[in-house]
Design a binder for this molecule. Structure first.
Ligand code: F6R
Length: 655
């Protein structure tokens, strides 16, 4: 095996000099930090608890106590365990972290904060891509490492820089930053300067929440809403200096862009949170957040429609003041998204091309960002993201922005972001914004965010059709009337839960499941399979039903349930013959139909009627519901960690 492995991508080289080193890639982690007149330990832990939904495999807290000593506690269990371990630890300055690792062992030594010299403590979200060479440099300078993480390299480097020239923490961080390649959000404290915290953002979100006699940092301001509703978002390459009575933010050139004691002159504005915090910590009588969120869909859909419709006509301005003009000019739509959000984009392609004839390309952001797509002149880029922070999608938009600038306005490109988070990175990149009103989604598996994205995309299709005069008033009116009925229809689909629970008992005993759909039901089948594998850990694959005979038919046997989505539409006849293909090979079919599909029930064809007379737009929304319920109940029967499934996290903020 070669000793050196060279990985190349567009912008950088990563040299792994020693394959025995465990490369620890940390992302989606949570950061909380506080500096205050009062004891901050309980605040840090309450903040971490609110970040638990993001998923993590270890957690830790470091506090500078009254004697100016650093005290650090870590756990491989839940934050609750940390709560028990911190008894007696008090201080006015501290940082805390939940870590989620994709590579490397989740052992205590790799958990954050990382401490050097009993003096510096650092928490970090992101990846230091050149960590191998930096680590070697630190070792050559005499550093002794106690973890396998890239994060420890940062704090070791800061320490070496401080010691060498007797620098302050601020100066040492400033001198260290240019040496780091990669993406990070981090916070660092120094026991010899117990009044100050330094925080830096590059590629991984960080916000500063403001208080009286206290200030806080977090990777998601939601974590601190219980203590402060006012916050400032750090921009890329910003460095913040937090003290109990001041917050100063500098840009990469050292220019002050925010000063909490001089907000009038500050470039950055303070955001007052509009998010409803009430439901975040409460499961509202449900056993899991995911179950609660599935049942919140009628309300979430109704709220997303609110304000967009007047007198059965769509208000195109709900996409922004410029929307009608921009929409009238574009010739093509390019959707960029990941995971579940990508599936909603796939549904949009069927709608948009079929109903208004505007071509749509849909691509996962992680592919889009690493190829050189040939894109035409008049394109609307649509980023879809629940969190608004997904790193792949953000990077893809950055590329679009760069190319747009290079073309000096000649390519007529515009960006629309559809997101559930008003103050997010993807929203800031956009020319136009549509906010879904799903409310806070805690369960890692996305449910109400998906159906509200579908609502947003159906409105987008109508808005494009209107702006380009490709949709008559009558059709617009009919569609809007149809959309208005969706919350009720979704509720009746939810009411089928008992039948789905029965089916779940069968699926829970399977090793593997196949999902089939045609047309818009193909992305819904993909979404159903993703949900099932995410939370029940059952292997699941989705196929366009017409593809069966081109390979997947080989997987059909008596043990593998075939889950079919069969609305009564133009493709039903075709789908019925696909079902024959499955039955004749001994496959067991579990079909969701609408009452008019009239599928023949046999020993091997089990059918659940979900709805009646569903329209083209409401169909994908309605048939999503039984699949969400199915995956939820299968996972519940299997006893998996439904809200925080293994290896997954809510907001994928680094590649
Ligand atoms: C699946 C799921 C993920 C996300 C994906 C994109 O249930 O939640 O596949 O959809 O990570 O996240 P957002 O939409 O936040 O960009």
């Amino acid at each position: 095996m070669p000793k050196e492995l060279l990985l190349k991508n567009k912008s950088f080289y990563v040299i792994l000099t020693n394959l025995t080193v465990i490369l620890t890639v940390i992302f989606m982690c949570g950061i909380v930090g506080a500096v205050s007149e009062r004891n901050i330990t309980p605040i840090l832990l309450a903040g971490l608890t609110r970040l638990e939904y993001r998923g993590y495999d270890s957690a830790g807290v470091a506090v500078i106590n009254k004697e100016q000593n650093l005290e650090c506690v870590k756990t491989l269990n839940k934050v609750k365990d940390l709560n028990e371990k911190v008894t007696g630890i008090e201080g006015n300055l501290g940082i805390a972290h939940t870590r989620w690792a994709t590579h490397g062992l989740p052992v205590e030594s790799n958990a954050h904060p990382h401490i050097v010299n009993n003096r510096l403590a650092l928490v970090h979200n992101g990846i230091v891509e050149n960590y191998s060479e930096l680590k070697q440099f630190c070792i050559n300078q005499g550093a002794i490492f106690s973890s396998d993480t890239d994060t420890e390299v940062i704090v070791q480097l800061i320490n070496i820089t401080m010691q060498k020239d007797n620098l302050t923490l601020y100066d040492a961080v400033r001198q260290t930053l240019p040496k780091l390649k990669g993406a990070y959000g981090m916070a660092v404290i120094d026991a010899e300067n117990p009044d100050e915290m330094i925080a830096v953002r590059q590629g991984s979100p960080l916000t500063i929440s403001l208080g009286f006699g206290e200030n806080f940092i977090s990777s998601d301001p939601m974590a601190l809403l219980f203590i402060s509703q006012q916050y400032v978002v750090l921009e890329e390459n910003d460095l913040a200096i937090l003290r109990k009575d001041s917050v100063v933010i500098e840009n990469s050139k050292g220019k002050v862009v925010f000063d909490s004691n001089d907000t009038q002159k500050s470039k950055y504005k303070i955001i007052t949170s509009t998010q409803d915090d009430a439901g975040v910590t409460s499961k509202g009588g449900y056993r899991h957040f995911m179950h609660k969120e599935i049942h919140e869909q009628p309300k979430a859909i109704a709220e997303t429609l609110e304000g967009c419709i007047s007198d059965n006509r769509l208000l195109v301005e709900c996409f922004g003041q410029e929307a009608a003009f921009i929409f009238s000019k574009i010739k093509r739509v390019q959707i960029i998204a990941c995971g579940t959000s990508y599936h909603s984009g796939m549904v949009f392609r069927y709608w948009c091309e079929d109903i208004i004839g505007i071509p749509v390309d849909v691509e996962v952001a992680s592919e889009f960002r690493y190829r050189n797509p040939a894109i035409e002149k008049d394109v609307l880029f649509v980023a879809i993201s629940q969190s608004g922070e997904t790193a792949d999608t953000a990077e893809a938009l950055k590329i679009v922005e760069k190319l747009k600038k290079q073309a000096e306005g000649k390519n007529h490109w515009s960006i629309l972001t559809i997101s559930n988070k008003a103050e997010s990175t993807l929203v800031r990149y956009a020319d136009l914004v549509f906010l879904t009103r799903a409310g806070f989604e805690v369960g890692v598996a996305s449910t109400k965010a998906f159906t509200t994205q579908l609502v947003a995309l159906s409105l987008l299709m109508i808005a494009l059709g209107k702006s380009q005069k490709r949709l008559s008033e009558t059709v617009e009116k009919r569609m809007i009337q149809g959309l208005r009925k969706v919350p009720k229809l979704v509720q009746s689909a939810l009411d089928q839960e008992e039948q789905i629970i029965e089916l779940s008992n069968i699926i829970a005993n399977s090793q593997s499941a196949l999902f089939l759909g045609r047309g818009t039901m193909y992305p819904i089948a993909l979404e159903g399979a993703l949900k099932l594998k995410e939370i029940s850990y059952i292997h699941a694959e989705a196929f366009p039903a017409g593809e069966l005979k081109h390979g997947p038919l080989a997987l059909v046997d008596e043990e593998t349930p075939v889950i079919v989505i069969a609305p009564n539409n133009d493709l039903l006849i075709k789908l019925k013959s696909n079902l024959e293909e499955v039955s004749s090979r001994g496959g067991k079919i579990y079909a969701f139909e609408d009452k008019n599909s009239k599928l023949t029930r046999t020993k091997s064809v089990n059918v659940i009627s979900v709805a009646e007379n569903v329209g083209r737009i409401s169909c994908p929304l309605l048939f999503t519901i039984p699949l969400q319920l199915l995956s939820y109940h299968v996972a519940r029967i299997k006893g998996t960690d439904i809200d925080q499934p293994r290896n997954l996290a809510k907001s994928v903020t680094v590649e």
